[in-house]
Ligand binder design. Structure first.
Ligand code: GRF
Length: 194
């Protein structure tokens, strides 16, 4: 079985889309071995527990440094031995050490067509720029913010009258298709580790 870990901080709709795809066999021969949240009452973490998945709260407030907090997460990942670590609405910047440890096996999803609008509020920035097209990007995480190699993008047309909310919702629907697809693609390419 190919092993997936998810890091999240909130709603967890991308996590649920991934979990649904795993259950449906759309990500072949895969399982979720850990769901980790830095926010103990994140909805995504509650949903992981409801699904009977291994769910871990690693509250940032319980650690005096980022390094200690990340070390706790790295210990969980070390035991879970995932093939891929998927950031799904994880709201903290990971240190270069963390990225190095999981280099090439750490994915993120971002609601814009990168390299446009890396960072915060990408949907609003696309609207304000008068763009006609937006979308989402799944990419491999490197040391930058939303800068790593792109695995897959899906486009969404911006309609007249779109608001930040309406556009975000339509992009999110595409995210839920894109993330499982990107994971399946990555797993097909990764060597199987014993
Ligand atoms: C998504 O828009 C994702 O692209 C961004 O954070 C949001 C997370 O949503 N990185 P959810 O928690 O997966 O519902």
């Amino acid at each position: 079985m190919r092993r997936l870990a998810i890091l999240l901080s909130g709603r967890g709709s991308n996590f649920e889309a991934i979990a649904d795809a795993v259950e449906a066999g759309a990500i072949p021969d895969a399982g979720i071995v850990a769901v980790v949240s830095d926010v103990p009452d994140a909805r995504g973490l509650a949903r992981a527990k409801e699904r009977g998945l291994p769910a871990f709260a690693v509250d940032r407030r319980g650690f005096s440094t980022r390094a200690d907090h990340e070390a706790a997460i790295l210990r969980i990942l070390g035991e879970a031995r995932p093939d891929l670590v998927c950031l799904a609405g994880y709201m903290r910047i990971l240190s270069p050490d963390f990225v190095t440890r999981w280099r090439g096996r750490l994915l993120n999803i971002h609601p814009s067509l990168l390299p446009r609008y890396a960072g915060t509020k990408p949907q609003l920035r696309a609207l304000e720029a008068g763009d006609e097209v937006s979308g989402c990007t799944v990419h491999i995480v490197d040391e930058g913010t939303d800068t790593g190699p792109i695995v897959l993008q899906k486009r969404v047309r911006i309609e007249p009258g779109d608001t930040e909310e309406s556009l975000s919702n339509r992009i999110l629907e595409k995210e839920h298709e894109a993330y499982p697809e990107a994971i399946a693609r990555m797993l097909a390419k990764l060597p199987i580790e014993s």
